[in-house]
Design a protein around this ligand. Structure first.
Ligand code: AMP
Length: 439
């Protein structure tokens, strides 16, 4: 039997909206999620972008809003600003198509906007919030989002949330919500890093998995390439010859650098789009149109200029220069790994970028370390190999010193003797460790 939207207990108003959206029948994920979500049970929904999952949760969310209560009842969390904007666009469409009497209220809560103005607006609490983890958490801490009234929370693209190192913020958001809140988590895959959160906050969840056949999992690879004083444009060309990106978004930090890199690429015969804050409004508009027509394989951009623009088909993000801030890195690489494309973020790094890389690793991101040699990708030593070795050596040093016997009475030359004993113990420890490893 074919499934129909009016098989579910939806209001006339909602059926009308769905009709106007042009949806004839529910998709598979909608058929599984919509009826189940009314039971207030938490749900883990495994399905890809493009499966209709946004409406699988938006339809029941809207249906369950109590408009007599001017408080935040529903929260949708998305890992990047662009995704949050995209979801919010769907929210706006639904509100626009609704019966005038309904009175639904929704707000977008993302970084990169004037925080004080947004805080001011929150004096009127919306029913539904769509936003990114950092800003939502920030507003909760400021009591601008009152958490006591929230009864459903959705985390969309949970695997990308992990890849971008944002799961801690999500954890802190969930921690602030009522214990019996309905939690819906959508993800293409369920990575290991998600398990603790699922265990902590989802009580006996319903697991819905939609099989997409040959669809590969959405994944984001963070690849580090040492610059080693090479020319950035040359390295970029070499890397993209191997990767052959559908569209590569190439980031630098300043508009002058963007101009320089774009010119260099153009002089080598590439067609390059350029987007930075120095463009005049008319140039920017024309450039955006050209970008959307997929004319360029390379788009050189700065952070500010790239914010909020939606370019379809970005398969790779290059950091020709790494940013200084962790947030910029996260937003840059969040532009890829969408819509079932397998995303790769390739970053050229120098000595001065190491603190950033270290911070990102502490946040749970894992990098692959590669270089291009004779036109091929080769694995290279980790960026912190030397540091790790030094740390190991000094730990071993300390452990060996603890085992050196100290004599009560000392004779001349005792320091030298103790040092040679410590060295002997250390070497023994190294041999033991080596043997253990081989077993
Ligand atoms: P999503 O997976 O949520 O990104 O949705 C992918 C696209 O499918 C969007 O453009 C939706 O507007 C559209 N869509 C969602 N549900 C349906 C449906 N039941 N019938 C037709 N199109 C749909």
């Amino acid at each position: 039997m074919t499934k129909m939207f009016n098989d579910y207990a939806l209001s006339e108003n909602m059926l009308q909206i769905i009709h106007q959206l042009g949806f004839k029948k529910p998709t598979e994920i909608q058929h599984e999620v919509i009826p189940q979500s009314f039971s207030n049970r938490s749900i883990i929904g495994q399905s890809q972008t493009g499966s209709g999952k946004t409406h699988a949760y938006l339809i029941p969310l809207f249906e369950q809003i109590d408009t007599t209560d001017a408080s935040v009842q529903k929260i949708v969390i998305a890992p990047t600003r662009e995704l949050a904007i995209q979801i919010f666009d769907e929210v706006k469409k639904i509100i626009h198509l609704a019966d005038d009497q309904v009175g639904w209220n929704a707000r977008l809560v993302i970084g990169g906007t004037d925080k004080n103005r947004e805080l001011q607006k929150m004096k009127n609490q919306p029913h539904l919030i769509v936003g990114t983890p950092g800003r939502i958490l920030d507003f909760m801490k400021e009591q601008a989002i009152k958490t006591a009234s929230v009864n459903t929370v959705v985390l969309d693209e949970a695997d990308l949330t992990i890849d971008l190192g944002l799961i801690n913020e999500v954890d802190q958001i969930l921690y602030r919500l009522k214990e019996d809140v309905q939690t819906m988590i959508f993800s293409a895959t369920i990575p290991k890093g998600l398990q603790p959160l699922l265990k902590r906050y989802l009580n006996n969840p319903l697991h819905i998995e939609i099989d997409h056949g040959s669809f590969g999992p959405e994944k984001l690879e963070h690849r580090l390439v040492p610059l080693r004083h090479r020319n950035r444009a040359d390295l970029l060309i070499k890397a993209s010859e191997l990767i052959n990106p559908y569209i590569a978004l190439v980031f630098v930090n300043k508009k002058e650098d963007a101009d320089e890199l774009a010119n260099e690429l153009i002089s080598k015969g590439f067609e390059v789009g350029l987007i930075h804050g120095g463009l005049k409004p008319r140039e920017r508009k024309r450039m955006l149109q050209e970008l959307k027509s997929l004319r360029f394989q390379y788009i050189v951009a700065t952070d500010l200029a790239a914010r909020g623009i939606d370019i379809p088909g970005i398969s790779h993000v290059f950091n020709a220069q790494l940013p200084q801030e962790m947030d910029s890195y996260i937003h840059r690489v969040g532009r890829t790994a969408r819509a079932g494309l397998e995303g790769t973020a390739v970053s050229f790094y120098e000595e001065k970028d190491l603190p950033l890389i270290e911070k990102l690793e502490e946040r749970g991101l894992s990098f692959t370390n590669m270089d291009i040699k004779q036109g091929e990708w080769v694995e290279v030593k980790e960026w912190n190999e030397r540091k790790k070795r030094e740390r190991k050596e000094s730990e071993l040093d300390a452990q060996a010193w603890q085992q050196v016997r100290r004599k009560k009475k000392v004779k001349p030359g005792y320091k030298k003797k103790m040092k040679s004993e410590q060295e002997r113990i250390k070497q023994q420890m190294k041999r033991d460790q080596f043997r253990k490893k081989r077993k």
